[in-house]
Write a protein that binds this ligand. Structure first.
Ligand SMILES: [Ca+2]
Ligand SMILES: [Ca+2]
Length: 461
């Protein structure tokens, strides 16, 4: 303990004798006035509310390197969302805020509580930081009213398919036999229930909070959804609408202008969109590369024209938009385009999808090999003895559908395809076998997913 204290003292001396410390003397605690306000209203756990922090420098010198953090000691449940204003105060490696003598600045923040109930306070500590040493400047807190501690609300209602799109439950629209899930902040696992013959569901009683209600699949082709729900006194008789897939209104086809590009080329992509529904489509948005950050996905940032299309029933529009083939496509030997079209690109709702692939010019070749196995113990893993011998396979090029290689599995279930051009391929099996994961791809190249020694599951056909 004694040694530890000595160490701290030495550190403090070091800080105070360096240049920055000499020019920015620790501020006085009474030099900064801080006020925090939050609106009236009753909030549930996880529900956000706006907060405004006002800092005023009441002293005669500039205050710099002002930071803030939530005051867990006053209330452990308070949380502040990461917004630009909060980033200024909470990025402790950044410059912090600065206030000239007499100046004021307001920060618009977004708060929420993860625990607690009844009358609580959202509290912040404001401090001044020189290197790793903090000097308290002020505390600011605002009263917040949460749903009473220990209170419970019923979570129940009706799920319906809004066939006539009027946002209301009409006779014959209720959806029976649908599996619904509710993710509660207070439960480790989502709760599951199934709607009855009248589309009714009942999740029982729970602590008021922000939850998410979702369906991973729905009968009758209705679009699965995930919806944020604020559980409060009105949660006992919910009306939850499902919608039809947007692909029942809009069809989309697309093609690249070439089969082969060089990395860096601008590809022209031609789409044809048709309103196949009975009501006008006022507009839709493209959403691409849902996997995120695919290095060989073409660019889509010059596609504004697509987002301005409106279509009457029966009407078609053909547009051509430019896309750049990224340099890193060379690692794949292919470039891809995977897009969907929906009313809201942030919430795709069954809109039409277009998936395209083209070759990217390279002379590079590599070997690939893999195992075909029967997963007898269902662990998604090739265990000793699970490889299947004697299966005839062919490898098909995804760009043009050509068969580029054929091989028969050896005693361990292994097939080898040597010397393949970089590209994306699909395995097909012949004889009394079928692939259980026919969408598995064989990637040849130097990309992250281009490793040889892949595995795919087979079963007797
Ligand atoms: Ca309706
Ligand atoms: Ca296995």
């Amino acid at each position: 303990m004694f040694r530890h204290l000595l160490g701290l003292a030495a550190a403090a001396v070091l800080v105070l004798t360096t240049g920055q410390a000499a020019t920015a003397a620790p501020a006085q605690e009474d030099q900064l006035q801080a006020t925090l306000t939050a609106p009236d209203g009753t909030y549930v756990l996880g529900q956000t509310f706006p907060m405004r922090l006002t800092l005023t420098n009441t002293g005669g010198t500039t205050l710099s390197r002002i930071f803030a953090r939530t005051d867990y000691f006053t209330n452990p449940g308070v949380h502040v969302d990461h917004t630009p204003d909060w980033a200024v105060l909470s990025d402790y490696n950044g410059p912090g805020a600065e206030l000239q003598a007499g100046a004021s600045r307001t920060f618009d923040l977004v708060g929420s509580f993860t625990e607690g109930g009844g009358d609580v306070r959202a509290a912040l500590d404001i401090f001044h930081k020189i290197y790793n040493t903090e000097f308290p400047l002020a505390k600011a807190s605002a009263p917040v009213k949460l749903a009473p501690a220990g209170s419970k609300v019923k979570v129940a209602g009706v799920l319906y398919g809004d066939r006539n799109e009027n946002g209301a439950l009409d006779p014959g629209e209720s959806l029976a036999g649908a599996t619904l899930k509710l993710s509660l902040q207070t439960e480790p696992q989502p709760l599951t229930t199934t709607t009855d013959g009248d589309g009714r569901f009942d999740f029982g009683e729970h602590t008021p909070q922000v939850t998410s209600l979702y369906a991973e699949e729905l009968p009758g082709g209705w679009v699965p959804f995930r919806r944020e729900l604020i559980l409060n006194d009105g949660s006992g008789d919910l009306r939850i609408a499902a919608i039809r897939p947007f692909s029942e209104k809009l069809s989309a086809t697309g093609k690249f202008d070439k089969d082969t590009y060089r990395a860096g080329d601008t590809a022209q992509v031609t789409y044809t969109f048709t309103n196949i529904g009975s009501t006008p489509i006022a507009g839709f948005r493209h959403g691409c590369d849902r996997v995120g950050g695919s290095p060989n996905h073409v660019t889509t940032d010059q596609w504004g024209e697509i987002d301005r299309i409106s279509l009457n029933p029966g009407e078609s529009r053909t547009v051509t938009v430019p896309s750049v083939v990224p340099q890193r496509s060379l690692e794949y030997g292919t470039t891809v385009l995977n897009c969907d079209f929906n009313l809201d690109d942030a919430y795709p709702a069954g809109g039409p999808e277009v998936h395209l692939i083209a070759r990217v010019q390279t002379d590079a070749k590599a070997d690939t090999w893999g195992h075909l196995y029967e997963d007898r113990n269902n662990n998604n893993w090739l265990d000793p003895g699970e490889g299947v011998a004697g299966i005839s396979t062919v490898l098909v090029d995804d760009v043009d559908g050509a068969v580029v290689a054929s091989a028969v599995t050896n005693a361990e279930g292994r097939v080898d395809y040597p010397g393949l051009p970089y590209g994306r391929y699909t395995v097909r099996v012949e004889g009394p076998w079928k692939l259980l994961d026919p969408w598995d791809k064989v990637m040849v190249g130097t990309c992250n997913y281009c490793t040889p020694d892949w595995r795919t599951r087979v079963a007797a056909a």
